[in-house]
Design a protein around this ligand. Structure first.
Ligand code: AMP
Ligand code: ZN
Length: 288
């Protein structure tokens, strides 16, 4: 293993240990997109569980937004490499969505909803995602300029559940960024999809492009301020602990589907309310 890969693993293991991301008896679903981040995330989690000999269930979970070979082949190779099963679920067909929301916001809401609901119904107590250091710095800056301070309490490696139907979320890659994750996957031959995983690029998905602009700014600053990203994420984590999660308000159960939400009806149900897809047809499509 290269010196870089050793340092990388050490850093991810430290994040896992210091924040108790993995505990005896856990049933963790690793949310996989096929991309470099979540592939590296599940690789490190599996290595941690094996090396520390922790009694814990770890399963791969994929929301079938794109079943092209470019995504499915690396995902299947990765599961073979780690000797893990992949749970695949079919989301509602969001290409049929005719409402006024941008398709990226619909896609994001569907993913967030299913990433909590399905693993929980299948017995998980924690959801692991591949969100990384750069993602959190960008989320933080956007929330700061939007004066959306209550969200800052979420910017840490472990976000505990605040509702019986909400999974505890864990982010093993909180202290490593895009550049490091890509290099780690390449050096360790970890399979991942090389394409940007978004089926709506041709339509109106500006989400990834805008996100890339933000990332470029972070890397530009780092060219003349060497530890910029590390210093930022450390300050953000400190700040997140100063903001209480109470400010987010108490969660209710959606009056349509029963999933946790801050309002009366959850975003998912509001999105699909006036669509041709009825609740029944949505549920039928959700086969798992
Ligand atoms: P994104 O918002 O696309 O950057 O994804 C953030 C994280 O969500 C990824 O690192 C994955 O852990 C998870 N994720 C994204 N897309 C999927 C998907 N189709 N199925 C399961 N998990 C996903
Ligand atoms: Zn709902």
């Amino acid at each position: 293993m290269t010196g870089f890969a050793e340092r990388y693993i050490k850093s991810v293991f430290r994040t896992i240990e210091e924040n108790r991301l993995v505990e005896e008896g856990d049933r963790i679903f690793a949310a996989l997109s096929g991309g470099k981040d979540s592939s590296s995330m599940v690789y490190c989690l599996k290595k941690f569980v094996d090396e520390k000999d922790i009694e814990c269930e770890l399963r791969g979970f994929y929301i079938n937004l794109d079943d092209s070979e470019e995504v499915m082949n690396p995902l299947e190779e990765l599961m073979d490499m780690l000797d893990m099963d992949l749970i695949r679920i079919d989301p509602p067909d969001i290409t049929k969505y005719k409402g006024s929301r941008p398709i990226c916001s619909v896609c994001g809401a569907v993913k967030r909803y299913l990433m909590n609901k399905i693993p929980r119904e299948m017995g998980a107590n924690k959801l692991a995602t591949g969100h990384n250091m750069d993602d959190f710095i960008v989320f933080f800056l956007k929330n700061l300029i939007g004066k959306n301070y209550s969200w800052i309490s979420n910017f840490k490696p472990r976000v505990d559940s605040t509702h019986p139907k909400l999974l505890t979320r864990i982010r093993p890659l909180f202290n490593v960024g895009n550049k490091e994750n890509e290099r780690f996957c390449n050096e360790m031959n970890i399979p991942y999809a090389r394409k940007h995983i978004c089926r709506f690029k041709a339509r109106e998905c500006s989400y990834n492009r805008k996100r890339d602009n933000w990332y470029n700014v972070l890397y530009e600053i780092e060219r003349w301020n060497r530890n910029f990203r590390r210093q930022m994420i450390s300050a953000i984590e400190d700040l997140s602990r100063l903001f209480s999660r109470e400010k987010e308000g108490r969660l209710n159960e959606c009056s349509v589907c029963g999933e946790p939400t801050s309002g009366k009806i959850c975003t998912y149900c509001r999105i699909f309310k006036n669509q041709q897809m009825t609740k029944n047809s949505l549920n039928q499509r959700m086969k798992y």
